[in-house]
Write a protein that binds this ligand. Structure first.
Ligand code: NOJ
Ligand code: CA
Length: 543
């Protein structure tokens, strides 16, 4: 089995606008990332993934790109990017960047040309333009819906409609057009030559649409899990089409023009049985495990998903990924402090008041959850600020919300701003060390308590737990063996062996269990007796 760096890597996700600001405009930037590279090395991560830094209208957090070969002036320049990359590589940290192939910004030169061109023209064919239905074409070409709410079609002045699975300012590209395909191969090479180590692929499952006429309406829709449910809808007109794999086979060939080969990580909100198709030999290397992220502290669910994920990844010769958080979901300590039947979207709509979250419980579980995730075989993804135990800022006032979901849901869904609030670095200061100006999203008044500066000296802090876990993990992380320990893996307790010698116990239940004899390598809370309390994880070397 080829041992490659990414198989056991811990990758830290940076949301650049909220990481560190160096030029006092309240917006995090690339020099800010460079300035914190020692922090990332100290923390002990193997790689970083940056969400988009390209030129953008910033209507969807940078996922609305106007130029794929340049850095947005708000974040810096290409030179700043090169410096950031060099600073990372000097410290042995790999760098992944986001690539957004499903759509561009409406201000992208291609889309501007498409708008100016005639229906049926080559310029329009790079996107998905169609005539509408009805006598005057006044109805959209199909019933497809935008992920952010409302219909996925927008009508232009000459009466045609174009497809946008996200906002109308994010028109979908036509992946049946060879120019589109060639352009992205070139973009991959552009960044590969600059030195990036790989790509996180946005909306990886939706590039290919079934464009055979007449367009088919969607029947059924999403599964109740929030993952695209192909059991309910096996032949979806635009999600997880089989032809999408041709794209990744082509990309894989470009990845192998580099030494070591670049890697691709799919963002595909699909179920496990479909996810493995993206990581078959000759396609991508990893796919985010969103099923794992969706579990809210339920041993039976974890057990099922861990088993399926490991078996699925092994069946195609690769490893699973473990994801607990990202820039699109409610922060861990808040989510895990709520009863598991609370719908997080509804909770957010109440500004996080109905019900109120038990942050002490949530934090305790989040500590146990990270030791659980980091003990599993394969690679893990951490989202910035989770290592500080930051809560969701659920009460951001309506006036500062930026997520397009807020507007497009007619103010029913607050969206994702609450997990994107800038990081606190220092106990005090205008923006707690994030910036010397007011941050682009306001930080809560008590944010200083979570600052890196405060937690760094505290052995009981979340930050030190992460750092210690990353250090101890190096002892066994490269080993891909895993087996359940049938003696302890019962009911609310998850138990498995790693690298033969290590026993990992996760007690999700409400009562303590006896702890087997052995050396405790790490535990999510200090263990005072020879028991493992509720909501606690321990890594042991049994005697
Ligand atoms: C997934 C990204 O993670 C999310 O932030 C973005 O809004 C959508 N893709 C659209 O690009
Ligand atoms: Ca800045």
């Amino acid at each position: 089995m080829p041992e490659t760096w990414w198989r056991s890597a811990v990758t830290y996700q940076i949301y650049p606008r909220s990481f560190a600001d160096t030029n006092a405009d309240g917006i995090g930037d690339l020099p800010g990332i460079t300035s914190k590279m020692d922090y990332l090395a100290w923390l002990g991560v193997d790689a970083i993934w940056l969400t988009p830094c390209y030129r953008s209208r910033w209507l969807d957090g940078g996922y609305d790109i106007t130029d794929h070969r340049d850095i947005d002036p708000a974040l810096g320049t290409l030179r700043d990017f090169d410096r950031m990359l060099a600073a990372a590589h000097e410290r042995g940290i790999r760098v992944l960047i986001d690539i957004v192939p499903n759509h561009t910004s409406d201000r992208h030169e291609w889309f501007q040309r498409a708008l100016a061109a005639e229906p049926g023209s080559p310029a329009r064919d790079r996107y998905i333009f169609r005539d509408g239905k009805g006598p005057a074409g006044e109805n959209p070409p199909s019933n497809w819906e935008s992920r952010f709410g409302g219909r996925a079609w927008h009508r232009v002045a000459d009466g045609q409609w174009y497809l946008h699975l996200f906002t109308p300012e994010q028109p979908d590209l036509n992946w049946e057009n060879p120019e589109v395909r060639a352009e992205f191969l070139d973009i991959l090479r552009f960044w590969g030559r600059r030195g990036v180590d790989g790509f996180r692929i946005d909306v990886a499952a939706a590039l290919i649409k079934d464009l055979r006429e007449p367009l088919r309406d969607v029947v059924g829709g999403e599964g109740s899990s929030g993952l695209d449910d192909f059991a309910a809808n096996p032949d979806h007109p635009f999600l997880d089409r089989p032809e999408v794999h041709d794209v990744y086979r082509e990309w894989n060939r470009v990845f192998h023009e580099f030494d070591p080969p670049l890697i691709g990580v799919a963002e595909a909100w699909v179920r496990g049985d479909r996810r493995v198709r993206y990581i078959r030999p000759g396609e991508l290397q990893q796919a985010f495990n969103f099923e794992f992220l969706r579990v809210r502290w339920n041993a039976a669910e974890y057990r099922r998903i861990v088993a399926e994920s490991i078996a699925g990844a092994r069946s195609v010769g690769t490893v699973a990924t473990w994801v607990l958080a990202n820039h699109d979901v409610v922060r861990q300590v808040s989510a895990l402090g709520l009863p598991d039947d609370v719908d997080l979207r509804v909770w957010l709509a109440t500004n996080g008041t109905e019900p109120s979250t038990d942050l002490e419980l949530g934090t305790r579980r989040a500590r146990a959850a990270i030791l659980f995730a980091l003990a599993l075989p394969g690679s893990a993804y951490l989202y910035q600020g989770e290592e500080l135990g930051l809560p969701e800022v659920a009460d951001l006032p309506a006036g500062v919300l930026q997520d397009p979901k807020w507007v497009r849901s007619q103010h029913k869904e607050k969206g994702r701003d609450g997990c994107r609030v800038p990081l606190p670095w220092t106990r005090t200061g205008v923006a707690f060390g994030f910036s010397s100006a007011a941050p682009w999203l306001p930080q809560p008044a008590d944010w200083g308590e979570y600052a890196v500066e405060v937690q760094r000296d505290d052995p009981d802090s979340m930050l030190e737990l992460y750092r210690t876990a990353l250090r101890v993990r190096r002892e066994f992380g490269g080993d891909e063996t895993f087996r359940w320990d049938d003696q302890y893996n019962i009911g609310d307790v998850l138990a498995f062996r790693r690298a033969d010698s290590i026993l990992v116990l996760v007690n999700t239940g409400a009562t303590a269990i006896p702890l087997p004899d052995g050396e405790v390598l790490l535990s999510s809370v200090p263990l005072e007796t020879s028991t493992l309390p509720a909501n606690t994880t321990a890594w042991l070397r049994p005697r």
